[in-house]
Every structure is written in structure tokens, then in C-alpha cells.
Ligand binder design. Structure first.
Ligand SMILES: Nc1ncnc2c1ncn2[C@@H]1O[C@H](COP(=O)(O)OP(=O)(O)O)[C@@H](O)[C@H]1O
Ligand SMILES: [Mg+2]
Length: 290
């Protein structure tokens, strides 16, 4: 009797020491009615501790994410604030009598603060989406019309870079069922990138393809492309392929992170393919009206 009890208690110990080493491989035998009370206790203890340990690991991951996020945010906010501060301080230090310089500096400070404002707005959107605070409002809308509107908004920038925006589709209608405002933001961010990282005189092509219950969407440009080692990272917040280059363009590095979050909320993962100096293609799907 004593031997049996000791053996079972030993099992409890060995299970616990496995857990201490974060080894969750021990699979308790299920549904065995002939288990002794100590064996049952062992299994329950194991299941409970293992669950708790995994919860703790998850919490630690979240905590790390939170700390990194805060560090990134502070860093990103500091830059534009310093720049704007620099312009204003220079003016206060004595350039104020020169009207032309004053105006130039104030304009630059103002532009920098616009960038800061966009950054903060992106941050708010992203953090609300990540915390699940934003609920999606789905409705049925014509996604081709939506792109027509965006074409108007980007018209000036497309002209400046001598680029074309083309929409290709073979759908009977362009109806999808999704959160219109957010899908608009998805296209806005993707087209914005396609223009920004596209070649002068290049094109942005958006294609819609019938995929049964869903519409396949592709946004493609024939620009500078993304080096393969960066492809896995571009959807991370603040990630930029060339840090300095994009700073000049006022990019926050949050655009694709927002795109990913919005599409995930629509159960649609986004994929990217790219060939250096040839093309970059982003693809995802949208549900058709039920
Ligand atoms: N169409 C594209 N062509 C080439 N590079 C791209 C394209 N879209 C995104 N990228 C790369 O991915 C990075 C992240 O994009 P995004 O999150 O929109 O940030 P950003 O604010 O820099 O535009 C960009 O900095 C850029 O390096
Ligand atoms: Mg962008």
C-alpha cells in the first residue's frame, strides 16, 4: 500500500517538475475510470498548473509587447516634436524680422505638426483595434465606386509622379459586405504606399476577381519592391524597410499594421509578394453580400 502511494506521489512530483521547466508535453490519460484518487489528483493538478503556466507565459508576452510599444511610441513622437521645436526656437532666437524666413520656418513647423497629428491618429486607431474596442459596422457597398472616390483624392499626387491608377474587374457588380469606412482606409493605405514607393511614371493596378462567395482583391505597383528579408516584417507596427528614406516622406510605419488589423477583423489575411525593382502585390479577399 505504502509503495503504491509513494509511487503515485512521485508521479505528482515529476509532473510538477516538468511544468517548472515549462515542459507541457505530458498528456494525462483521459477517461480512465479505474484511476486511483491520487492519480486523479495528479491529473487535475497537472491540467490546472499547466493552464496557469500557459496563461502566465501569455501575460508575459503581452507585457513585453506593451513595453516595446511604449518605447516605440515615445521614440516616434519625440522626433517631430524636436523638429517643430527647433524651427520655433530658431525664430524666437532672432530671425523674426525676416518675414520670408519666418513664414518658411512656420510652414515647416506646421507640416511637422501635421505629421505628428497623423501619427497620433494612426496610433489611436491601431491601439483601439488591437484592444478589440472597435466594433466593425458591416454594410453592403460598391467597392468599385469607393475606389473611384479614392482615385479623385489621389489625383494630384498621381499626376505629380506621372502615375496611373487602374481598376480591372470582371465582376457582375462590385458589391461586398464589409465595414466600408475601414475598407476605405485599407485601400487608402495601400494606394498611398503604391504611389510613395512606386516608380515615377509607373502604375497602380487594382484587380477584383470573382472567387465564389468572396471577391479576390489585388493592389499592385511596379515600383521599387521590398527585399525578401523584410517581407515577413512589413506588417509590424513602425517597421520600415529603409528607416531614413521613409521618414522624409512622413510615413509612420503604421499603415500596413492598420491594414492587417482591419482585414483580420474581416477574417481576411493579407499576403504580399514582391520582386525588387519590378513589382509589389498585396492580396486579400472581401466577402460578397450573403
Ligand atoms: N508598395 C510598396 N512598395 C515597396 N515597399 C513598400 C510598399 N508598401 C510598403 N512598403 C514598405 O513597407 C514599410 C511599411 O509600410 P507602412 O506600414 O505603410 O509604413 P509607411 O508609413 O512607411 O508607409 C514601408 O516603410 C516600406 O518600406
Ligand atoms: Mg504607408
Amino acid at each position: 500500500m505504502e509503495f503504491i502511494v509513494l509511487r503515485e506521489v512521485n508521479e505528482v512530483y515529476s509532473a510538477l517538475s516538468k511544468l517548472k521547466k515549462k515542459d507541457f508535453t505530458l498528456k494525462p490519460k483521459k477517461g480512465n475510470a479505474s484511476l486511483s484518487p491520487i492519480q486523479k489528483l495528479n491529473e487535475e493538478l497537472y491540467a490546472y498548473t499547466s493552464r496557469k503556466q500557459q496563461e502566465i507565459n501569455q501575460l508575459k508576452k503581452i507585457e513585453l509587447y506593451r513595453r516595446e510599444f511604449l518605447a516605440d511610441v515615445s521614440h516616434e513622437l519625440k522626433t517631430p516634436i524636436f523638429v517643430a521645436q527647433g524651427y520655433i526656437e530658431t525664430l524666437l532666437d532672432g530671425e523674426l524680422d525676416d518675414l520670408e524666413t519666418t513664414e518658411k520656418f512656420l510652414r515647416k513647423a506646421s507640416l511637422t505638426l501635421d505629421g505628428l497629428n497623423n501619427l497620433v491618429q494612426d496610433l489611436v486607431t491601431l491601439s483601439q483595434m488591437e484592444s478589440g474596442m472597435i466594433t466593425m459596422h458591416t454594410n453592403i457597398f460598391n467597392v468599385c465606386e469607393l475606389l473611384g472616390e479614392l482615385d479623385d483624392i489621389f489625383e494630384k499626387r498621381l499626376q505629380e509622379r506621372n502615375m496611373q491608377l487602374q481598376i480591372i474587374h470582371s465582376l457582375p457588380n462590385c458589391l461586398v459586405e464589409a465595414d466600408q469606412a475601414r475598407i476605405r482606409q485599407v485601400f487608402f493605405n495601400l494606394i498611398d504606399n503604391a504611389i510613395k514607393y512606386g516608380h515615377e511614371g509607373g502604375e497602380v493596378v487594382i484587380t477584383f476577381e470573382d472567387k465564389g462567395e468572396r471577391v479576390g482583391v489585388e493592389v499592385r505597383d511596379n515600383g521599387q519592391g521590398i527585399p525578401p528579408q523584410h517581407l515577413d516584417h512589413i506588417f509590424e507596427r513602425f517597421y520600415r524597410v529603409e528607416k531614413s528614406r521613409n521618414k522624409l516622406d512622413g510615413g509612420s510605419g503604421l499603415g500596413l499594421a492598420i491594414v492587417k488589423q482591419i482585414l483580420e477583423a474581416h477574417d481576411s489575411p493579407i499576403t504580399v509578394k514582391s520582386k525588387i525593382n519590378e513589382k509589389t502585390t498585396f492580396a486579400f479577399e472581401l466577402p460578397k453580400p450573403a
